[in-house]
Design a protein around this ligand. Structure first.
Ligand code: MRU
Length: 349
């Protein structure tokens, strides 16, 4: 078995196991799921999160669901399976990887019109395994490409968690950091805490510490000041959906970091697999932005931090216009502007 970092989701026989990301770093609690409905709920309530990890979870939900469909007639199986695909797709709207994974799994049914139900169930599971394995391999490639843009001894700022926990393993932005650190142990990471869900201070800090990569946490509102003091050399973040022109949706607050990096002439890289790119959306204005419960803003760890009953805004993502990106690090190379052309070429590869 290949080296493992912190895989957030994996098979345990026919069951799906996940690390409960809501309780990290306090506890490494493993939950087991046996139905697609349980997995859909785990995606919605952030037991598993991070666009590529959610894509893998969606694929595994469909593999579990396909096996549970009771139908001997392939036509009935297909009808029920299609309904399940629609439910899984809707679990979280912004990340592209979920709908990408559902489409890929559904292609099994389309491409095997004469197969029996048992064959389809087997092929669907195989495709889910393929998606999981490809995600890890892709992240290693992202790391290999990305390390070339990290200066010696760099202080790298990252936002949210684009690590092993947000993917099948290894990570995208943290994949770049892992590869850079293997080549140059003097690099250091600055992890923004990432309000309101604290993916930076809870998850990024946890997984980097676990990998012995030097990491310091800072509040999101300290970014401008530390950039002004020349304490950041490069920014690397992940992505949830990249439009055809390179406009990038990522965790709320990423746009602010990008504008600040631009103002201070600090390179700003997005690291993401091609499964995050949505060529059907021309630019960032078409990316659906998930709005989550106001309680995530008014409460921290279940404790109220705002007056009772106060309205709160909780957009989970924002869009960084392509003009702020220095490059998009993918598994097939680093894309540079003009992004529309570079993205088209990368998707043809
Ligand atoms: O709401 P989340 O935690 O799912 O948001 C995650 C992010 O925004 C990540 O940066 C993104 O999914 C890239 S993960 C490789």
């Amino acid at each position: 078995m290949s080296e493992q970092y912190l895989p957030p989701i994996y098979w345990e026989g026919e069951e799906v196991a996940m690390i409960d990301q809501r309780v990290l770093p306090k506890r490494e609690k493993i939950l087991k799921f046996t139905t697609p409905q349980q997995i859909i709920k785990a995606i919605k309530n952030m037991t598993i999160r991070g666009a590529p990890a959610v894509g893998v979870a969606g694929a595994m939900a469909l593999a579990v669901g396909a096996r549970r469909i009771e139908a001997s007639d392939a036509k009935i199986f297909k009808r029920k399976f299609e309904q399940l695909c629609q439910q899984v797709k809707k679990a979280r709207p912004t990340g592209n990887n979920l709908s990408w994974a559902v489409e890929r799994i559904y292609s099994v049914v389309v491409e095997n019109p004469r197969s029996k139900v048992s064959e389809l169930q087997h092929l669907i599971r195989q495709k889910a395994d393929e998606i999981l394995a490809e995600d890890i391999a892709g992240n290693k490639s992202i790391g290999a490409w990305g390390k070339s843009v990290i200066p010696a001894g760099a202080r790298i700022l990252t936002y949210c968690n684009a690590g092993a926990l947000a993917t099948a393993d290894y990570g995208t932005a943290l994949g770049v950091i892992r590869a850079a650190h293997a080549a140059d142990p003097s690099i250091q990471v600055l992890a923004c805490e990432t309000r309101p869900f604290l993916q930076g201070s809870r998850l990024t800090a946890y997984e980097l510490m676990r990998s012995n990569i030097p990491v310091t946490v800072l509040t999101d509102n300290a970014v401008g000041s530390i950039m002004q003091q020349q304490r950041v050399d490069v920014v690397v973040v992940g992505a949830d959906r990249i439009a055809a022109n390179g406009d990038t949706a990522n965790k709320i607050g990423t746009y602010t970091v990008a504008v600040l990096a631009n103002t201070h002439n600090i390179p700003f890289y997005v690291a993401a697999p091609r499964s995050t790119i949505d060529p059907s959306i021309a630019d960032g204005s078409g990316i659906p932005i998930e709005e989550r419960s106001p309680s995530e803003v008014t409460h921290i760890g279940g404790r109220s931090v705002a007056p009772k009953g106060i309205p709160a805004l909780n957009p989970a993502f924002d869009v960084t216009p392509n003009k702020y990106l220095t490059g998009i690090i993918t598994e097939v190379g680093i894309l540079r502007r003009p992004y529309r052309r570079a993205i088209r070429k990368a998707l043809e590869t």
